[in-house]
Design a protein around this ligand. Structure first.
Ligand SMILES: NC(=O)C1=CN([C@@H]2O[C@H](COP(=O)(O)OP(=O)(O)OC[C@H]3O[C@@H](n4cnc5c(N)ncnc54)[C@H](OP(=O)(O)O)[C@@H]3O)[C@@H](O)[C@H]2O)C=CC1
Ligand SMILES: Nc1c(N[C@@H]2O[C@H](COP(=O)(O)O)[C@@H](O)[C@H]2O)[nH]c(=O)[nH]c1=O
Ligand SMILES: [Zn+2]
Length: 350
């Protein structure tokens, strides 16, 4: 492997520090080399803070070395005023003359202009180093700009005989989720929750499980909670409506929301465009990605609309011998691993 690719793969590792924190900005990673020494590195700050390139430049102990250094960055530097000034200006001011870029930025305010500005200022710019790895790393941001919607991860747990939950008679009066998976998988799910901007369930899941949908077993942010409740049927008093974490309840236009002023109600037209309209609404609110956790009806509606990018399916060890059928999935199997006593399969929709 060429040294340039190695540096770009290191940029990706650095950029992962911003996973779940930079939205709606991309989790860019950058580093600066001088000869064969790494003299600085940085990643995208939380929204509103400096970008990776600026953090990398600021981290250099001896700025006199910058004109003879090379900047590696996973995504084309921005050239527009957003919450912060353009990174291209900062790169040019610092005297850096060589820039290696993983991918062009599809954002309509950048789209090749960042690279063009650097070249006009006399920088030598190389584009497309470790491009496949950078595409994978930036999958959420690329989906937001190329498909115009957040990246969607479906997740569920099923029994080996293909059920999401037992029949109500088996469940009886017990409240809370019916656990199919073990402790390791549940903690892994909390880690995943810190990585996505929003988490979504249907109201029947909210009513049956009274979930919290927080990341309490992992250090990191709680995602925005989204409850699909088109007719306002979610019962009062649910933990999802407790206001402890920002929560959106999605209703059909014209419906009367019940009680809870602790959540924000939004209203969308019923019909086949409902989920796409929801995706647009979430995008406008800076949501880069959504983790859809169920139930069967909700997962099925994302699947049948083709609105998904990844599915993460746990299979627990104990059969249920009946109950609510797991959704039918057709996608590309990319991994099959163990998670404690469970099996985890990862699927892509491409
Ligand atoms: N094992 C697992 O991983 C999981 C298991 N579960 C289990 O699943 C069960 C609940 O699942 P299920 O009964 O399928 O219900 P859901 O939780 O999927 O909620 C379904 C309701 O949400 C609304 N809804 C869903 N999708 C849409 C859409 N695209 N447009 C408009 N409204 C939508 C509808 O409300 P309306 O009826 O008002 O139109 C629908 O009836 C529970 O038993 C729970 O324990 C839940 C999550 C995960
Ligand atoms: N039953 C089941 C899952 N159920 C999902 O987890 C939610 C509960 O979240 P919380 O209240 O935050 O613990 C529940 O409502 C449903 O969406 N998940 C899994 O990984 N494995 C399982 O066996
Ligand atoms: Zn920038």
């Amino acid at each position: 492997m060429k040294i340039q690719e190695k540096y770009m793969l290191r940029c990706i590792q650095i950029g992962r520090n911003a996973l779940g924190r930079s939205a709606p900005n991309p989790m860019v990673g950058a580093l600066l080399t001088h000869g064969d020494t790494i003299i600085g590195s940085g990643y995208t700050s939380a929204f509103g803070g400096p970008h990776a390139e600026v953090n990398a430049i600021r981290s250099v102990a001896d700025p006199g070395k910058l004109p003879d250094s090379t900047l590696y960055v996973t995504l084309e530097p921005c050239c527009h005023h957003g919450k912060t000034p353009p990174c291209t200006d900062r790169i040019i001011e610092s005297g850096i003359r060589r820039v290696v870029v993983g991918l062009p930025d599809p954002h309509d305010k950048v789209a090749g202009q960042g690279i063009a500005q650097l070249r006009e200022a006399g920088c030598q710019v190389e584009v497309g180093v470790a491009a496949d790895a950078c595409r994978e790393h930036h999958k959420r941001f690329l989906t937001l700009h190329e498909k115009g919607r957040p990246y969607i991860v479906l997740k569920w747990a099923q029994s080996p005989d293909g059920f999401l939950a037992p029949d109500p008679e088996v469940r009886g009066e017990s409240t809370g989720p019916w656990w199919i998976t073990g402790r390791e998988s549940r903690q892994l799910v909390h880690k995943w929750r810190t990585q996505e901007s929003a988490i979504l369930v249907g109201w029947r899941t909210a009513a049956a499980d009274d979930p919290q949908l927080t990341s309490r077993d992992w250090a990191g942010k709680d995602p925005l909670r989204v409850l699909l409740d088109p007719s306002g049927r979610a019962p009062e008093g649910l933990r999802l409506l407790d206001g402890k974490v920002p929560t959106l309840r999605v209703l059909h236009t014209g419906q009367q929301p019940t009680g809870s002023a602790r959540v924000e109600n939004i209203f969308l037209e019923p019909g086949p465009g409902f989920l796409r309209a929801l995706c647009r609404e979430l995008r406008e609110r800076g949501v880069l990605s959504i983790l859809v956790e169920g139930g069967a009806h909700t997962l099925g509606s994302f699947l049948s609309a083709g609105l998904w990018d990844e599915a993460r399916v746990f299979t627990g060890p104990r059969p249920l011998n009946g109950g609510l059928r797991a959704p039918a999935l057709s996608g590309r199997l990319v991994a099959n691993t163990a998670s404690g006593a469970d099996t985890l399969t990862l699927w892509r929709n491409d």
